[in-house]
Design a protein around this ligand. Structure first.
Ligand code: TXA
Ligand code: MG
Length: 332
């Protein structure tokens, strides 16, 4: 099993040294746990792809300790980048910008752009400051699996690496990946829905286009789409069926052991008693709380020995949109 470390000053220092020397360190961020490597060291970055079983055409987010550090990696810094960084960094927003040559091809999957994020979690921030280098980090799960929102989740996902260090920063406060926005063309485009609601971005930028469609691997290789949008992603091993709230009563399958993933008052539906296990993402109907609990609830249901998980769509506003996006991909 990997080694779980509390974020004491001593452990943070050792972890930072390990990163600088080309090793891998998983660490807490406010969105999900990341699997980090020195972003300017291609050998270190290769270790991420190997450990995750991630295809090389899927680019990585580079984590930095300040806006100035982000600017050192991007070939252009338009006003819109300054505006979003000022308003939302540090935080759950990733900016895609033209890259500088120092950023290795392996990090960007050969794309001319780099994805940059300054995270807000104190463990991530201290690690980045001590390591004093940009850190490439995808979510710390096996490729296409459920993203980890605790150190124990990371240890379970990546248990085949006994040399991995995990910096434990407690459960993630957002629980859903960062929102990814591309600023490389004249009009910003949201590439991935995430922990920052599109409505919040639109307050700064006006109406936004969301490139929210499933893509095939061929499209990824052409560099036109975001790999977070592979149609199968974020998936439990148990089959998952997604339905609209109104269809729940038609979902009875008595022969099977079925689990229910629901939201708010959906748990009071007349058919709820037919389910072997019920996970309510937020009894009070709060999408923020639901985002925080989503991946942990999927993991619990996946471990409950079920034949099927039935998930019910959330109202498509705010983080409800991002959660529905993840459920759709989990159901593929
Ligand atoms: O919250 C998060 O974003 C977490 C934490 C650890 O920061 N990281 C994360 O990384 O979710 P990952 O690798 O699981 O997802 C990265 C997303 C993918 O959808 C990827 O396609 C997109 O960012 N991405 C990365 N570099 C890109 C680039 N140069 N152009 C377009 N999309 C890019
Ligand atoms: Mg991921």
């Amino acid at each position: 099993m990997p080694v779980v470390l509390l974020p004491t000053p001593d452990n943070l220092q050792r972890a930072a040294e390990r990163l600088r020397a080309g090793g891998l360190v998983a660490f807490a961020t406010e969105t999900v746990y990341g699997l980090g490597a020195h972003a300017l060291d291609p050998g270190a970055v290769a270790g991420i792809f190997e450990l995750k079983g991630r295809p090389l055409f899927d680019p990585l987010i580079v984590h930095v300790s300040s806006t100035d550090r982000a600017r050192e990696l991007s070939a252009a810094w338009p006003d819109v980048a300054e505006c979003l960084a000022t308003r939302f960094w540090p935080g759950p927003l990733t900016l895609v910008l033209p890259r500088r040559e120092v950023v290795p091809d392996l990090v960007t999957a050969g794309l001319p752009n780099v994805a940059l994020r300054w995270p807000a979690h104190p463990v991530a921030q201290q690690l980045l400051l001590l390591a004093d280098c940009p850190v490439a980090a995808p979510s710390a799960n096996r490729f296409a699996s459920i993203s980890p929102t605790s150190a124990a989740d990371v240890a379970a996902e990546l248990q085949h690496d006994p040399d991995l260090w995990i910096l434990d920063g407690g459960p993630c406060t957002h629980g859903l990946e960062s929102t990814v926005i591309s600023l490389v063309s004249d009009r910003p485009i949201v590439l991935r829905l995430g922990s920052l609601a599109v409505e919040d971005l639109e307050q700064e930028l006006g109406p936004l286009t969301v490139a929210n469609r499933s893509v095939k691997e061929s499209e990824l290789q052409s560099g036109l789409a975001s790999p977070g949008h592979l149609s199968r992603h974020y998936s439990p091993r148990t089959p998952l069926r997604l339905m609209q709230a109104g269809d729940l009563d038609a979902a009875r399958e008595r022969q099977q052991r079925v689990g229910l993933l629901c939201f708010g008052a959906q748990a009071n539906s007349s058919s709820a008693e037919d389910f072997a296990v019920i996970e309510n993402l937020s009894a009070k109907g709060d999408t923020r709380e639901a985002a925080t609990r989503l991946y942990a609830a999927l993991r619990l249901l996946d471990q409950a020995g079920l034949d099927l998980i039935v998930a019910v769509e959330l109202p498509p506003q705010g983080l409800g949109r991002a959660i529905n996006d993840r459920l759709r991909r989990a159901s593929h």
